[in-house]
Design a protein around this ligand. Structure first.
Ligand code: PLP
Length: 394
């Protein structure tokens, strides 16, 4: 019987094996074509290997000596802050490497609850929920909250994760022109027939460093009965007098309903994201948000690092103020590279931009020659013909 099965398997494996082989050959052809198209479009992204901690000065594989790093979103320099690292080590020691579980099965530790409470306190909101990343927080929010009866109105330059999150939900979708309040108002008028209306925007748009006009957005939202959602990844920890973010900077903390943000930039830079807002919304997300329900808990070391980063910000305003001063200095000395569009906003992540694809390469080469890590990148949501060179402040 067993020999019979082996013989049968042997006979039928031959043509199946050949078919699988030809499918694989076909796949290789398709992939090569795609990859060539990316190279041809000049949008190929290559990765440099850093051989040291993240920081203002790093070591990079293949480059001798330390170089200045202009590329990370390590806005406050907390990624390698000694107290942050120590807190991560302590959490690792006390709570282990990881939970081998999602939150609702058996992956919730006291440190997860403590960090959620701390985040809610930091943003002055009712509650908060952690995710493995802010990409996940954006993927989870819209689908869990909005139904076909609802409408979502999104800035056309919102981050890819907001766009993808909105794609996942069944609400009616409206896309308004970047920062264009007249267009938003027109779309809000159209959306009046829906049950809920949610305006979704980045707080700070990292490509140009421009800031969403949250006062105007909140005014319109109030006039047309809409909720306001803000992605604060490029604002949390450093924008506003105490680093609470864009809503603090523009004095609308009490009018923005929902905030999503990341632990992977200013708040220690490890990984993780969260939603903070009304208690019942957070309760709903714990029941319905798929990236929360079906992905592992944040590792204790990551939680420990982020928690310490928040402590540092809540204990003193010195780090935030030093960042604001450096940003001001950077704005005064911003390099004018070309006649092309330049990042003009007050966000410290504003990029240095060259107008023609490919022109950033010699520029970056020049900066690197001077001992600075500046790697050009071409991003899909940036207008064709432009290339970005991220340049955080000195
Ligand atoms: N939202 C914005 C505006 C971002 O810039 C990013 C990261 O680049 C994300 C969301 C995703 O954050 P995370 O790295 O935590 O997934």
């Amino acid at each position: 019987m067993w020999a019979c099965r082996v013989l049968h398997a042997g006979l039928s494996a031959a043509p199946r094996g050949r078919r699988a082989q030809s499918a694989l050959t076909q796949l290789r052809g398709v992939l090569e074509e795609e990859l060539e198209a990316i190279r041809g479009a000049g949008t190929w992204k290559s990765e440099r290997v850093i051989t040291s901690r993240q920081g203002p000065r790093i070591h990079v594989d293949g480059v001798s000596g330390g170089i200045l790093n202009f590329c990370a979103n390590n806005y406050l320099g907390l990624s390698s802050h000694p107290e942050v690292i120590q807190a991560g080590l302590q959490a690792l020691e006390e709570f282990g490497a990881g939970l081998s579980s999602t939150r609702f099965i058996c992956g919730t530790q006291s440190i997860h609850k403590d960090l959620e409470a701390k985040l809610a306190r930091f943003h002055q909101r009712e509650d908060a929920i952690l995710y493995p990343s802010c990409f996940d927080a954006n993927a989870g929010l819209f689908e869990a909250l909005l139904t076909p009866q609802d409408a979502v109105l999104s800035d056309e330059l919102n981050h890819a994760s907001i766009i993808d999150g909105i794609r996942l939900c069944k609400a009616q979708k409206y896309r308004y022109h970047h920062l264009d309040m007249a267009d938003l108002e027109a779309k809000l008028q159209e959306a009046q027939r829906h049950r809920l209306r949610l305006v979704a925007t980045d707080g700070a748009f990292s490509m140009d460093g421009d800031i969403a006009p949250l006062q105007d957005i909140c005014r319109l939202a109030s006039r047309y009965g809409a909720l306001v959602f803000v992605d604060e990844c490029h604002a949390t920890g450093f924008l506003g007098p105490t680093g609470r973010g864009t809503d603090e900077l523009l004095g609308v903390m009490d009018q923005v309903t929902i905030i999503n943000s990341t632990l992977g930039k200013a708040l220690g830079g490890a990984s993780g994201g969260y939603t903070t807002g009304p208690g019942p919304l957070v309760s709903l997300l714990r029941q319905r948000a798929r990236p929360y329900l079906f992905s592992n808990s944040l590792p204790p070391a990551v939680v420990g690092c982020a928690s310490k980063a928040l402590d540092l910000l809540m204990e003193s305003n010195a780090i935030v103020q030093s960042m604001a001063a450096k940003t001001q200095r950077h704005l005064c000395h911003r390099v004018q590279l070309s006649s092309g569009p330049q990042g003009q906003g007050p966000d410290p992540g504003a990029d240095l931009r060259s107008a023609q694809r490919g022109r950033h390469r010699p520029l970056c080469g020049g900066l690197r020659g001077g001992g600075a890590a500046a790697w050009g990148t071409a991003l899909t949501r940036v207008v064709t013909g432009t290339a970005m060179v991220p340049l955080p402040p000195p």
